[in-house]
Design a protein around this ligand. Sequence first.
Ligand code: C6P
Length: 415
Amino acid sequence: MSNSGHISQIDNLTQIRAEFPILHQQVNGKPLVYFDNAASNQKPLSVLNALDHYYRNDHANIHRGIHTLAERATEAYELSRKRTAEFINAAEPEEIIFTSGTTEGLNLVASTYGRKLLKPGDEVLITNMEHHSNIVPWQMLCEEKDLKLKVLPLRDNGEVKWELLDSMLTERTRIVSIVHASNSLGTINPISELSDKVHQAGAILVVDGAQASAHLEIDVQALNCDFYALSSHKMYGPTGVGVLYGKRKWLEKMPPYKGGGEMIKEVTLEKTTYSDIPHKFEAGTPNIADVVAFKTAIEFIDEIGKNTIIQHENKLLNHAHAELEAIDGLRLIGTAAEKVGVVSFVVDGVHHFDLGVMLDTKGIAVRTGHHCTQPLMECYGLEGTVRASFSVYNTIEEVDLLVESLDAIVKKLRN
Ligand code: C6P
């Protein structure tokens, strides 16, 4: 995208769609409709160009060389850290750790904060809508340290029963880890309203921001969370890059995550001293090019503006809900009052996998299955759902096509 600021509101989607070369293709003889954005969304030209420009002009290893390319690459990498800090309103760039994705960010917290600071009998509290990335690391920690994992249940509409929070928080609760927006239901959790209670109980608040960071305004200071994890590839950025935000006071107390080059001050054969934050947590050569291009992805989002994106995706969501509900036998899974643009559904008598395959023959890409939220599926008594998830380049016409196609498929399968 050019830096002209020409897209202040989404009244000309053609202009935005022109930034995404991948969207302009036929799949199975039909124009591609890409509704698998919650799994990974597509990349604008500006991000593709940033990657190309970096490798053609600036690539070298970072934080080590004194030659010009090493300095340029280091500067670009650190500029991305600074821009990320601004994007989520972290107090300082040192609170931004680059990871490979949300999964690694959450594992980092469990393996360092969790291992060092939790004691047998302590409790970790999550909800029943968590992605496996926000369940399994805590289960592993609980097993290793003899902790208790507690789970907040859900209502039928896909909201957490927050009225139970007070009774589930105990003097042994040390970590509360919650998804900001659910990848399977779309539910937005009221993070900033929870943080006082969590802190008063003496626990920290960890947030899985994988599905929120491209779709909601993120201000980690206003949310008053202790850690916030996100993935670049769900934010128009490259795969293989994630961010873990952590409050300085915790990052300084935590031991390193991995040992190796770049995370040390001095190594002797007897003893190693570690770098200051954030480098203490970034051992080895990082994913430099993709981190550099992640900054361009952030600029893409900022240029359109989160408010504009939210409004547009809400329009798609509301339209999809209203139209899909009219299909005979279709049941929406996840109808919380506050949602991001994720629509999950099942259709009576038709397997979700068959629906996904048949939609693909019409050029429509959706995800089917449990979406790495098996405990959530279990609580609805389901094996899986069909999920359509939106990004800024999706159109109302595409939603209509999904609805018409589904209607036709369901009618055909029933006859
Ligand atoms: N959800 C989906 O299709 P990674 O893979 O580390 O970038 O993100 C993991 C992750 C963590 N939390 C939530 C809420 C997520 O949605 C995801 C990724 C994808 O829903 C792939 S399973």
